[in-house]
Design a protein around this ligand. Sequence first.
Ligand code: MG
Length: 257
Amino acid sequence: MDPLYRIEHNGHPTYAVRLDGNWCLLDGDPYGTSRPGARIEGNPRVLAPVVPSKIVAVGLNYKDHAAEMNKALPEEPLIFLKPSTSVVGPGEPIVIPAGAGRVDYEAEVGVVIGKTARHVPAASAHDYVLGLTCVNDVTDRDLQRRDVQYTRAKGFDTFSPVGPCVAAGDLDRSIGIESRVNGESRQSSSTSELIFSIRQLVEFVTAVMTLLPGDIISTGTPPGVGPLVAGDRVVVAVEGVGELANEVVSAQQSVCS
Ligand code: MG
């Protein structure tokens, strides 16, 4: 699969691929049969590569992160939902809500579902995965501590940057994951540190709920999470996918002019 993008073309979102440094529209269904179509001149605005009905995120899923937090390894995945309305694309601002306390980045490998998935055994997981992407599971750490549920802490608009593309990934290979803030490395690990593998997560989540094409399993974050402030530029990099960069603004700056 060529890396799959969504771009703004003639004022409308459309799927595209990059071939030899050129942008081409995608003919067909990215979740079905498709092939590269007409070439586009210039550099279009890149959008979040998928429109998920939900993001299923996983808490505490890196051995090195659990060690850093002095926490015992969980016996089964802790999953929670992030709303579709929290998704933004590359280059879109992360908006820190008015009155927020500490707001953290969390670099994560996102697993994009390619076809309707229910009760998928781990051994068949690759048949249901379109590819991998970068996710930033932005979290209001103060609200996460205060609330029993994660919905408010992780559900604000703009708290789920995703992108820049969906790229093919080997579920059984170690995949590097990094974050940088203002050019400084903050997180660096790989999926070999996952407590529950991508395959195990697909089986676990689809035993609970149906995953639809475009849905994302966000597989948890490695050690080194930390706060963001207005003016920061945060990058999440997933090996084989690329880099997802977003600027941070405070709510006051984001009102319409
Ligand atoms: Mg997370």
